[in-house]
Design a protein around this ligand. Structure first.
Ligand code: HEM
Length: 274
């Protein structure tokens, strides 16, 4: 084979190998900004009322079941759930930035432990709230979010086990899965608001917060990101060029949808009302 023919065969592959990480970095950069906007909202909306009025602060919050008179455990659960959310949503993307990991390894370790404890506690508390006091959705939505809680527990356990055994490649894979499932609540807000902006809310009953699209989203908000991550791992392990191209196109479309959703969620949910 001539040098030119060989070059023509190798060049597209080399470019694809560059385009896959570029697509992932673009997706991550936009997702990180979206996470931090949600984190600022969480801190601004939930911290001041709790700091000023303790448990009574729940009364004025945008929580579906908020403050329940006499339900001490439920109210504590709701408070801890929203406070821990700031560590999960704000800290998750920070853990994945290589520059932060390499330049501040101690910070990475401390935040990693806090993140893990926050995600596990929040999942357990979330399960408790969902099945004892949640005022939104129905049994299908409850099963959807409970599936996420179970996956958070599984991914956290696997990430810790591999870290303790110093199997860092496997640890990294489970930590990435943990990030995605612990961010499912973020994906669901962004997914819903993007859908409302693009379709006006087809398949959503806003009164009962049920409907075909919400049932789909209730599972897709963690299964779709997990599936995309698995596909990315496959691309990293030398998948066929067409598999990598299909990955880049799919992730590109999902990134555009996510950017629309972040914009809609920021404008509709997270910016303060004037
Ligand atoms: C671990 C990641 C999670 C984060 C960061 C998170 C974050 C939040 C936030 C910020 C809220 C307040 C509502 C809002 O402003 O949007 C909330 C409410 C709620 N979350 Fe989660 N959540 C997580 C996981 C879960 C899980 C796994 C479940 C269920 C199994 C769950 C069940 C609930 C329930 C029932 C409420 C409503 C509380 C009430 O009205 O009293 N969450 N969550």
């Amino acid at each position: 084979m001539s040098d030119i023919a060989l070059q023509q065969q190798i060049m597209p592959r080399i470019q694809l190998d560059r385009i896959v990480p570029m697509a992932v970095t673009t997706w991550f950069s936009i997702a990180a900004v979206g996470h931090w906007i949600f984190c600022v909202y969480i801190v601004a909306a939930f911290f001041p009322p709790i700091a000023e009025n303790g448990m009574q602060g729940l009364k004025g919050m945008h929580l579906p079941s908020g403050f329940n008179e006499g339900d001490f455990i439920g109210n504590i659960a709701a408070i801890s759930h929203v406070l821990l959310a700031s560590i999960i949503i704000g800290g998750g993307p920070l853990q994945l930035i290589p520059a932060v990991r390499n330049r501040f390894p101690r910070f990475h370790r401390v935040l990693g432990r806090c993140y893990l404890v926050a995600a596990v506690t929040s999942a357990l508390v979330g399960l408790y709230m969902t099945w004892t006091r949640s005022a939104i959705g129905d049994v299908i939505s409850h099963i959807g979010i409970s599936g996420d809680a179970v996956l958070i527990l599984v991914c956290a356990l696997m990430a810790v086990r591999h870290a303790m055994a110093r199997r860092f490649v496997e640890h990294r894979r489970w930590a990435l899965r943990l990030f995605l499932v612990a961010s499912a609540v973020w994906f669901s807000r962004v997914g819903l608001m993007g859908w409302v902006m693009l379709t006006g809310g087809v398949g959503v009953d806003f009164k009962t917060f049920t409907g075909p699209f919400l049932y789909f989203l209730g599972f897709a908000n963690y299964l779709l990101p997990l599936g995309m991550l698995q596909w990315y791992f496959h691309c990293q392990q030398g998948a066929a060029p067409w598999v990598k191209s299909a990955f880049v196109v799919s992730l590109g479309l999902l990134t555009i949808y996510m950017a629309v959703g972040i914009f809609a969620a920021t404008m509709g949910l997270w910016l303060p009302r004037m």
